[in-house]
Write a protein that binds this ligand. Structure first.
Ligand SMILES: [Zn+2]
Length: 443
């Protein structure tokens, strides 16, 4: 399986971590080692020879960051992108049991999943462990199976294993966990003091807001906040994620150092969106079970909850909200014009799930409040949804719409048509449907 110390001469440090995965008896080992500069070595060892090794966690980006930035040490190997997943093979098709790559720890803008490396400004890095899991079968064959992972950290100095079992983020660098409102936080000390200040102030308020409305406690969260100044493909932006009890927020590109008014809105929305995911119990689901087909349900509701929170907490004004909704409306309508929303969001336009989903969930919120005289809202329906959702099923859109139908049937019909129906005039259809639910989008 592993030829001891082979090729480790390239490494400057010791092995940082190794990871073993096992499904139905088959076994893999992954060894990640830090090299000189901002380069890493990743080695995969299989218990028996295989023709291909598939990555289980894949982003929607084409080409993927792996095909772009992972360099096989032996040029006989390659990474191929097919059907939304990356796999490793020998170019000559011969079976293999060992392969290694050098990888730059650059942040990659990714859609649908997390980047493998999130750089900190001191040269440290947050590693998204699931992005290193490989398997001899395509990812869809593993869904629903018990995946056992065990991690070994060989070089414990400078490694913060962010708590939680199974899949996780690992931080490798010099920063130490600090405490904020009873939670652990890993701050990139190079990040803008303004961003840190905003996070420190906003986080406890957002947690209290969602806890009160969703009647849930999350008291063992681990946050990481990081920032790097490089603009990626000319872009500056942010990327966040939730895995189990870990939540990360990453800011990249210039523009975050001296945030203007717009960033006050963006940062508060960003933080509230990820925290909505925490309170949706997203962390109960492994990275392997997070489907993408229903992104309107998960991403749209998180955006809607975040917007309700930022409005109620005074971070957004009415004029901010209308402008945001108008933009979401325009994006959503243009996505529906290209095809069915349920199919569209799995293909080229993942954002449509956020844009249309936001409007759909705000429509639900408005209709519920109106019909119940304020007694029931979006949070109430989510509480019920999370109680009734079958174990391990995140995207039960049918159940969700059924619950909505129980209170506001006309709104449920509208949403169902918006997802699955053929819509001749999306602009008028969506605008009128939202208006009937009580959500006006200005022309
Ligand atoms: Zn999200």
């Amino acid at each position: 399986m592993i030829s001891a110390m082979k090729k480790l001469v390239f490494a400057i440090g010791a092995i940082i971590f190794s990871m073993q995965s096992s499904v139905a008896g088959a076994q893999m080992e992954v060894i990640v080692t830090q090299l000189e500069g901002k380069r890493w070595q990743v080695r995969f060892d299989s218990a028996s020879p295989v023709p291909k090794l598939y990555f289980i966690a894949n982003t929607l980006d084409e080409p993927s960051a792996r095909t772009n930035y992972w360099e096989p040490v032996d040029p006989a190997f390659e990474i191929v992108r097919a059907s939304g997943a990356d796999y490793i093979q020998r170019k000559d098709g011969v079976d293999f049991d060992e392969v290694e790559f050098t990888v730059a720890t650059r942040f990659t803008r990714s859609i649908g999943s997390q980047p493998s490396f999130i750089p900190f400004s001191d040269g440290g890095v947050l590693i998204h462990d699931p992005s290193f899991i490989v398997w001899p079968e395509p990812p869809e064959t593993i869904i629903g199976k018990e995946v056992e992972l065990s991690f070994s950290f060989y070089h414990l100095d400078g490694v913060e294993r962010l708590s939680g079992e199974g899949q996780r983020f690992s931080y490798i660098g010099k920063h130490k966990l600090e405490t904020l409102a009873g939670h652990q936080v890993l701050y990139d000390t190079g990040m803008s003091p303004h961003l840190r200040g905003m996070f420190d102030k906003l986080l406890p308020k957002v947690i209290a807001y969602f806890a009160a409305r969703l009647n849930a406690e999350h008291d063992d969260l681990v946050f990481s906040l990081s920032q790097h100044d490089e603009r990626l493909d000319g872009h500056a932006g942010s990327k966040g994620g939730v895995i189990q009890n870990q939540v990360f927020f990453h800011f990249y590109g210039e523009g975050w150092r001296n945030p203007e008014e717009q960033d006050r809105q963006w940062v508060s929305m960003f933080i509230a969106h990820e925290m909505a995911h925490v309170f949706q119990d997203l962390q109960k689901f492994s990275a392997l079970s997070l489907g993408r087909q229903q992104s309107w349900l998960i991403e749209g509701s998180a955006d809607a909850m975040a917007l309700l929170a930022t409005m109620d907490l005074g971070y957004w004004q009415e004029s901010d909200r209308s402008a945001y909704l108008e933009q979401a409306f325009a994006e959503c309508v243009s996505a529906i014009k290209q095809g069915q929303l349920s199919a569209e969001i799995t293909a080229d336009n993942y954002r449509a799930g956020y844009d249309c989903g936001l409007l759909m969930h705000l429509a639900i919120d408005r209709a519920l409040r109106r019909e119940s005289g304020g007694a029931i809202d979006l949070f109430a329906i989510w509480k019920e949804f999370m109680e009734k959702r079958p174990e391990g099923v995140l995207h039960d859109a049918e159940l969700y719409l059924q619950l909505v139908r129980g209170y506001v049937p006309a709104t449920a019909d509208f949403l169902e048509k918006m997802i699955k129906g053929r819509i001749d005039h999306p602009d008028a259809f969506v605008r009128n449907g939202l208006a009937k639910a009580g959500l006006q989008i200005s022309e």
